[in-house]
Write a protein that binds this ligand. Structure first.
Ligand code: ADP
Ligand code: ASP
Ligand code: MG
Length: 409
């Protein structure tokens, strides 16, 4: 007998038929004697539909009311799944995030979980019931509904698993595991049997939306055994593991990409102490996160150029702030480009192998893809390229690093 937390994403509960299929699957585990907690997302498309409804009233609605609104999608699916479980003869009870005391901070739309009171869930499990919990939502100390950011049901599942000390947290989705890259962009992508937490964290933070980054962080922090599997097919999926053994023959585990970035450049700024602070300071103080930054080597003119990236949702705001800074500093010009993407190679094996960067740049050069920015860390190399090269770039790198093969040369 095991205690398992299972999470089913939007596509997996996208219709009544699929909800019935999930109910049968859950029943299978319970019949085996397992204790099962199920976390569900809203039906696919529902969260977007709710967001656009709000947009018809106000482009920037009140954040508290926004969370009240978008959290309703998950309330629908917990009730439907519980009914489906009853239908297949499986006792079950549904709970909203607040009802199982998923206590969060008050940062609406991106709240962080602080605590979960698992007693109520445990009592139901002891009584032989399946517990169905609404993903993506919690409640703050004032009793207001909060949500955990897009893709946040993954985090609910991992947090429930941590609180219950579950044997495994299973993330059921519309692909059968974590792939070397998004299989929708590169059909030759290969499913990974296992990936390290460190790599998964890097992949998620560099744009792979198969797991929400906070879910991976949480799992790493609380040692939650985490697996990504298909809702529709049998299989072992991908295990997120703590060990790095058996991984050394692999240099690169995967390619992540992020379509949500935009690039800003300020040309001809005085090359003197404090300039980076003068440029980035006003952006950061407006709570705009800056990702990559490069400053050109200055020539003897005493002027330099400075480029950085921000999330596309902050693009226009950041551009206006930068224009103001440019006017104040007497800079020559501001260039703004939101038609860019970031493509990243990720792998713990990179640490012990030289020449990865040059191979990456060669593969992109062979396709005539111009690299606009570069940044590296121990286990990743990221490049910014024009948006139109996303597919070509990902496929060229996948091929150059032989990611379709289990053992790379
Ligand atoms: P869910 O609704 O179940 O949470 P998501 O759409 O959030 O599903 O995540 C699954 C999707 O993540 C896949 O359909 C796939 O297109 C995308 N994806 C991106 N990168 C990867 C990757 N490396 N491996 C697998 N899937 C990936
Ligand atoms: N329904 C939410 C979203 O679409 C949460 C989730 O699916 O994980 O982002
Ligand atoms: Mg998701």
């Amino acid at each position: 007998m095991a205690m398992i937390v299972q999470k089913y994403g939007g596509t997996s509960v996208g219709s009544i038929e699929r909800i019935m299929a999930v109910a049968n699957k859950v029943r299978g585990y319970r019949d085996r004697g397992d204790q099962v907690v199920v976390v569900v997302s809203a039906m696919s498309g529902e969260t977007n539909r709710l967001i656009s409804l709000a947009g018809e009233i106000d482009k920037a609605p009140d954040p508290r009311e926004m969370d009240v609104l978008v959290s309703t999608g998950e309330q629908v699916t917990i009730a439907l799944l519980s009914m489906a479980l009853h239908k297949v003869g499986c006792p079950a009870r549904s709970y909203t995030g607040g009802q199982v005391h998923i206590l969060t901070d008050s940062a609406y739309s991106k709240a962080r979980i602080r605590d979960i009171d698992a007693a109520r869930v445990r009592a139901d499990l002891e009584a032989g019931r399946v517990v169905v919990v609404a993903g993506f939502q919690g409640v703050d100390e004032h009793g207001s509904i909060t949500t955990l950011g897009r893709g946040g049901s993954d985090t609910t599942a991992v947090a429930m698993a941590a609180a219950l000390k579950a044997d495994e947290c299973q993330i059921y989705t519309d692909v059968d595991g974590v792939y070397t890259t998004d299989p929708r962009v590169e059909p030759k992508a290969r499913r990974l049997e296992r990936i390290t937490f460190e790599e998964m964290l890097e992949m998620a933070s560099l744009g792979s939306k198969v797991l929400q980054i906070r879910a991976v962080e949480f799992a790493g922090k609380y040692n939650v055994p985490l697996r990504v599997l298909s809702s529709f097919e049998e299989g072992d999926g991908t295990l997120i593991t703590f060990e790095e053994e058996n991984m050394e023959q692999v240099k690169i585990s995967g390619i992540a990409f992020n379509r949500d970035e935009a690039k800003l450049t300020i040309l001809g700024v005085p090359d003197q102490p404090g300039v980076a602070y003068k440029i980035i300071g006003p952006i950061s103080s407006q709570n705009i996160e800056v990702d990559m930054i490069i400053q050109n080597i200055s020539h003897d003119t005493g002027r330099t150029d400075f480029t950085f990236t921000v999330n596309r949702v902050d693009f226009k705001r950041a551009r206006d702030i930068l224009q103001q800074t440019a006017d104040e500093m007497g800079a020559r010009e501001v260039l703004a480009d939101d038609k860019i993407v970031k493509i990243s190679l990720v792998g713990v094996g990179m640490r012990s192998h030289a020449g990865i960067a040059s191979k990456m740049f060669e593969a992109l050069a062979d396709e005539g893809i111009n690299i606009r920015m570069i940044s590296t860390s121990e286990i990743k190399i990221s490049v910014v390229v024009d948006e139109k090269y996303l597919e070509l770039g990902v496929r060229a790198l996948h091929e150059a690093f032989e990611l379709e093969k289990e053992v790379q040369s």
